[in-house]
Design a protein around this ligand. Structure first.
Ligand code: HEC
Length: 194
């Protein structure tokens, strides 16, 4: 395991090894690194990777270079996967690799039923970020015998393409989205001790 300088004078104690869409964050058991900090850092990586894929791959190749399309049915259409699909594939692989922490892109109005909230905390968090623009939601929940720190970050319609595709999609349960509306949220769950 690669080592990183500890953030405190104490000896480094590896706490979490997280791999999000090709980026690795090695976090040490340094004093002062709270679950909230870890969640915020993971979210920064996920969000940056998604933006880079959207801008440098999808938008460039579909809109600018016009050499390929992006489609939900990317295999049949020999197209690029949508950013939300790339995100879910990464999340599924990360969940296989680390049984500890997990993340997902969910919505109260999911195009893919798999992306609906499952726990009370997820539902509350999605409602909170939709109602309180610019604010994140942090809570704790117990699932089975494990306690978790759970964070929810708004996922906002930053481009007209988000609005159009989600309003027009045959499986979408909601069709009145506007620019800058919250379409859903990223949920990050980190195990904590009692
Ligand atoms: C071309 C159509 C299309 C575009 C453009 C698009 N999405 Fe989606 N989005 C989808 C599909 C299809 C899914 C379901 C993916 C899956 O299988 O998990 C999805 C999933 C999501 C989800 C998870 C909940 C759900 O609806 O299943 C969120 C949140 C989301 N998209 C937000 C956005 C945002 C924000 C943008 C713009 C930055 C955007 N989408 C652009 C089609 C699109």
């Amino acid at each position: 395991m690669p080592s990183m300088p500890s953030l405190s004078s104490k000896p480094a104690k590896p706490l979490t090894l997280a791999c999000a869409a090709g980026a690795m964050v090695l976090l040490t058991g340094a004093k002062g690194l709270e679950p909230k900090d870890v969640a915020d850092m993971l979210h920064a990586v996920m969000s940056a990777d998604r933006t880079v894929y959207t801008k440098q791959v999808v938008n460039r190749l579909t809109l600018k270079e016009k050499v390929i399309t992006a489609s939900e049915h990317f295999e049949d259409n020999k197209a690029l996967p949508l950013p939300a699909q790339m995100f879910r594939f990464g999340a599924e692989l990360a969940a296989e690799q680390s049984k500890k922490f997990s993340y997902s892109l969910l919505s109260l109005w999911p195009v893919n039923k798999q992306n609906a909230p499952r726990t009370d905390a997820e539902k509350k968090g999605l409602e909170f970020v939709a109602a309180n623009k610019g604010q994140n939601f942090y809570t704790e929940e117990k699932l089975g015998n494990q306690r978790y720190f759970t964070a929810v970050y708004a996922d906002t319609a930053v481009a007209q393409a988000c609005v159009t595709c989600h309003n027009d999609h045959k499986d979408s349960p909601r069709r009145d989205f506007k620019m800058n509306d919250v379409l859903g949220g990223v949920v990050i769950r980190i195990p904590i001790t009692e």
